[in-house]
Design a protein around this ligand. Structure first.
Ligand code: BGC
Length: 407
C-alpha cells in the first residue's frame, strides 16, 4: 500500500513539476541567488535579490517562507533535492528561498545568515560540513526559527529540531550484501580482492555508509575470503573530500598502480555514484586485469545509470529524494502549525519510513529522525526507476534520463 501511495505521490509530483515548469520563475533561484560565487549558472538566472519565489496560493501555509540551503549544484543529487523540495513547498502554498552554496562552508553560513535576516519561518539545511554551522544555527534559534537537518545530520548544536534522511547505515549494508551475493561469498572460499572508496569526512553520512558496508563484509574479510591488498581498511584512509569524482579517480589510479599491476581487483566498493564514476573511469583507463570488477554506488545519478547499462558499474543504492522532500514537507507543516512531530507522523507519510529517537546523536542531543528506506537498483531493475516517474527511457530505449528540469 505504501509503495502504491509512493508511486501515486510521485506521479502527482510529475504533474506538479510539469506545471511548475510552466509557471514558476524560481527554478533558477538556486543559482541566481549566488551569482557572485556559484560556479554554475543558468542562462535564465535571476538577479541575487530575487531569490524568494512567490506563489499566490498561501491559504494553507499562512504565507510562510521556508529557507532551503543545499550544498552544491556540482553533485547531481542536490539539484534534484532542491527542485523537488521547492516544487512541493510551493505547491503547498509556502514561499521558498533556495540557495546552493558551492560546497563552500563560509558561503553556506552566509547564505543561511541571509535567510535569517530575511526572516524565513523555517530552515531546511543539507550541511556541507555538519560541524561548521553551530554559531549560525544559534542565531537562527535566537530568531525563533526552527531547523530541520535535511539528509545530513548537523553536528554540535541544540538548534536542530529534526533530521529527515534515509537509513544511512542500511545504504552501506545493501552495498556490502550485494557484494556477498555477487561473489557468492557464503559458498565460495575466494579469496577475492576488494578496495573501498568512501565519502567526504565533513559529511556525517559518509561514516555510516562506510561502516554499513564494512560491517556487512567484515566476517568475510576476517575469514580471508575477502582481501584488501592496499591495506586501507579505515574510513580515514579511503575518504574522498567533497565526494569528488576527480579525487576518487586519482585515488583509484594510485591504488591500481601501487597494488594491482599483476593482481586481480574483484570489487571496488564505492559509497556513492559521484565517487563510483571516478573509480569506474580509473578502472577503464588504468586497470590491466581481464575481469570486470564489481563497482557499487548510491543515488541513481544519470551518468552512473548509463555505466550500469554499459556494464561499468554493477549497482546503485537508490534513495527517492522526491519522497524525502515529501516527508520533509510533512514534518515542516507540523512544525509551522505549532505541533510537535512525533512517531505518529510516520503513518501520514506517502513513503515507508521509521521514526528514530536513538541513533542520531549530534554531540549535543539525539536528534529525532525520520528515516526513509533505500533499495538496490541493478541493470535488470531500471524500470523500477521509471515507475517512480522521476526517470524515463531515452529515445533509443537504451539509457535513462531524468524527468526533472535541472539534470
Ligand atoms: C548523500 C548522498 C550523496 C552524497 C554526495 C550524502 O550526504 O546522502 O546521497 O551521494 O552526500 O552528494
Amino acid at each position: 500500500m505504501k509503495k502504491f501511495l509512493a508511486v501515486l505521490s510521485t506521479l502527482v509530483m510529475v504533474g506538479t513539476l510539469a506545471s511548475c515548469g510552466a509557471t514558476s520563475s524560481s527554478s533558477d533561484n538556486g543559482t541566481g541567488a549566488n551569482t557572485n560565487s556559484n560556479t554554475e549558472s543558468k542562462t535564465d538566472a535571476k538577479p541575487a535579490d530575487d531569490s524568494s519565489s512567490k506563489t499566490d496560493d498561501s491559504s494553507s501555509s499562512g504565507g510562510k517562507t521556508v529557507g532551503i540551503a543545499m550544498p552544491t549544484k556540482s553533485l547531481e543529487r542536490w539539484n534534484r533535492d532542491g527542485e523537488y523540495l521547492k516544487a512541493q513547498f510551493e505547491e503547498a502554498g509556502y514561499k521558498v528561498e533556495l540557495k546552493y552554496s558551492d560546497n563552500d562552508t563560509n558561503q553556506q553560513n552566509n547564505d543561511i545568515q541571509g535567510m535569517i535576516a530575511d526572516k524565513v519561518d523555517l530552515l531546511l539545511i543539507a550541511a556541507i560540513d555538519g560541524n561548521t554551522l553551530s554559531q549560525t544555527l544559534a542565531d537562527a534559534k535566537d530568531a525563533g526559527i526552527s531547523v530541520i537537518a535535511y539528509d545530513r545530520l548537523i553536528m554540535n548544536t541544540d538548534a536542530v529540531s529534526y533530521y529527515v534522511s534515509f537509513d544511512n547505515y542500511t545504504v552501506g549494508k545493501l552495498q556490502g550484501e550485494y557484494v556477498i551475493d555477487a561473489l557468492d561469498l557464503k559458498n565460495s572460499d575466494g579469496p577475492f580482492n576488494i578496495e573501498f572508496t568512501a565519502g567526504d569526512p565533513a559529511d556525517n553520512n559518509a561514516g555510516y555508509f562506510f561502516n554499513g558496508a564494512y560491517d556487512a563484509l567484515k566476517d568475510y574479510i576476517d575469514a580471508g575470503k575477502l582481501k584488501i591488498p592496499s591495506g586501507k581498511t579505515k574510513f580515514e584512509q579511503v575518504a574522498t573530500d567533497s565526494w569528488s569524482t576527480d579525487k576518487a579517480l586519482e585515488n583509484m589510479q594510485n591504488t591500481l598502480a601501487s597494488y594491482y599491476t599483476s593482481t586481480q581487483l574483484d570489487v571496488a566498493l564505492c559509497s556513492n555514484d559521484s565517487t563510483a564514476l571516478g573509480v569506474a573511469q580509473a578502472i577503464s583507463s588504468d586497470y590491466s586485469g581481464k575481469n570486470t570488477p564489481i563497482v557499487t554506488g548510491q543515488d541513481g545519478d544519470i551518468a552512473n545509470l548509463k555505466n550500469i547499462v554499459d556494464g561499468k558499474q554493477s549497482m546503485t543504492v537508490y534513495k527517492n529524494v522526491n519522497d524525502e522532500a515529501a516527508a520533509t514537507l510533512e514534518v515542516s507543516k507540523a512544525i509551522l502549525s505549532g505541533q510537535t512531530p512525533d512517531a505518529s507522523l510516520v503513518s501520514s507519510l506517502s513513503a515507508e519510513a521509521t521514526y528514530d529517537t536513538e541513533s542520531y546523536n549530534n554531540g549535543v542531543k539525539v536528534v529525532p529522525s525520520y528515516l526513509l528506506v533505500p533499495y538496490v537498483i541493478t541493470k535488470d531493475k531500471l524500470d523500477v526507476l521509471v515507475d517512480t516517474g522521476l526517470y524515463k527511457w531515452d529515445s533509443d530505449n537504451k539509457y535513462l534520463e531524468s524527468t526533472a528540469k535541472t539534470t
